[in-house]
Write a protein that binds this ligand. Structure first.
Ligand code: ZN
Length: 363
């Protein structure tokens, strides 16, 4: 489709959860609320329009074994796109996916550089594996390479201990997070366990991924400091299988993973109820397939988060948190159109009628 075609999106345009309009136009790839004059070639799209979905924890260019070739990364990005995910926060990737920025037909990506992990304390082939004395230098480098985020691995199995354990001494993360902030980057960390969380939050971390270890005494700390969580419940669903696989060698770890799994919905709902910002993230690209943002939003509702809040966690609130526009006048026309009101039933998200990216109907 050429840029000269004007799209007329009509029905219900959900600019915000309460800000609903009847129509918008897409002119030269941008959103307008003024009917264009003297244009003949107008294509109509009807339904309930939302800003393009956000997957705030996704990995493009990565699979279960590490970096993948460009054609595989492209397929991953297309799968997300066709499911309505038009903005991705890439939570760590060993491959250089900058070429995607030049592709108008692929989702927009906010990168966190490459994961930074403790030596032999993460999935092989994913991370820079380093010791604490090198943390500050690596964080500074990834802060410069990324798009405003840095990703740490905050805890992982300690094979000598046979259980999850924190990866970094307090002083090292304090200095590293301060350095990231000085360079204008936010910091997030992969954390499954309980005991890694307090040091990271008190050191000024901005977000925690998974956060299955959140407990009653830690939740108020997250809430008072405004530290967001991205629970990735579709990924936490794999914990029992992981536990089964490691139960013989690491029984304590396996039991711990099962406990975290069993209380996952309570953890997420208690955090939400206390005012902790919660966002949709799928963890696609490691072991999970792409295109699961709708499934994760549905999981947040299962956990007890109100449907409109779960919707906002992948649309309005998520975009605002990441500093990207939604359906504002003049913004790039990245939107998804549904047959029914997704506020009334979160399952509507799973079946987009039309996906519009940079003003083009792409799916
Ligand atoms: Zn991840």
């Amino acid at each position: 489709m050429s840029e000269s075609v004007v799209l007329h999106v009509r029905g219900r345009v959900l600019v915000g959860p309460e800000d609903v309009r009847d129509e918008l136009w897409v002119i030269d790839g941008r959103i307008s609320y003024d009917r264009p004059a003297g244009v003949r070639d107008i294509r109509a799209v009807e339904g309930w329009a939302l800003p393009g979905l956000v997957d705030a924890h996704c990995h493009v260019g990565l699979d279960a074994h590490g970096a993948v070739p460009e054609d595989v990364a492209e397929k991953q990005a297309l799968t997300d796109r066709d499911a309505g995910t038009l903005l991705v926060r890439d939570a760590g990737s060993p491959s250089d996916t900058r070429w995607i920025d030049g592709r108008e037909d692929l989702p927009k990506i906010i990168r966190a550089g490459r994961h930074i992990a403790r030596t032999r304390r993460y999935i092989r082939g994913y991370a820079w594996e380093i010791e604490p004395e090198d943390l500050l230098a690596h964080v500074a480098r990834e802060a410069r390479r990324g798009d405003g985020w840095v990703k740490l691995v905050g805890d992982w199995i300690d094979r000598d201990l046979g259980d999850l354990a924190a990866c970094w001494p307090r002083e090292a993360v304090e200095a590293a997070i301060a350095e990231a902030h000085r360079l204008g980057a936010r910091v997030t960390a992969h954390c499954f366990a309980e005991d890694s969380l307090r040091d990271l939050v008190e050191s000024g971390i901005d977000c925690v991924e998974h956060a299955t270890g959140l407990t009653e005494d830690l939740i108020p700390l997250f809430a008072s400091r405004g530290v967001a969580i991205v629970p990735t419940l579709v990924n936490i669903a794999t914990f029992p299988r992981l536990a089964d696989g490691g139960a013989v060698r690491f029984p304590r770890w396996a039991a711990h993973m099962r406990r975290l799994y069993e209380r996952r919905y309570d953890t997420v709902r208690n955090a939400y109820d206390a005012g902790v910002p919660v966002y949709v993230g799928t963890d696609a690209g490691g072991a999970l397939p792409h295109g699961l943002a709708a499934a994760e939003a549905a999981e947040l509702v299962t956990a007890g988060i109100p449907p409109v809040a779960a919707l906002s966690a992948t649309t309005w609130a998520a975009r605002s948190w990441l500093g990207r526009p939604g359906l504002q006048e003049g913004a790039a026309a990245d939107l998804v159109v549904y047959e029914e009101d997704p506020r009334a039933d979160i399952r509507v998200l799973a079946a987009p009628r039309r996906v519009v990216l940079n003003g083009r109907v792409v799916a």
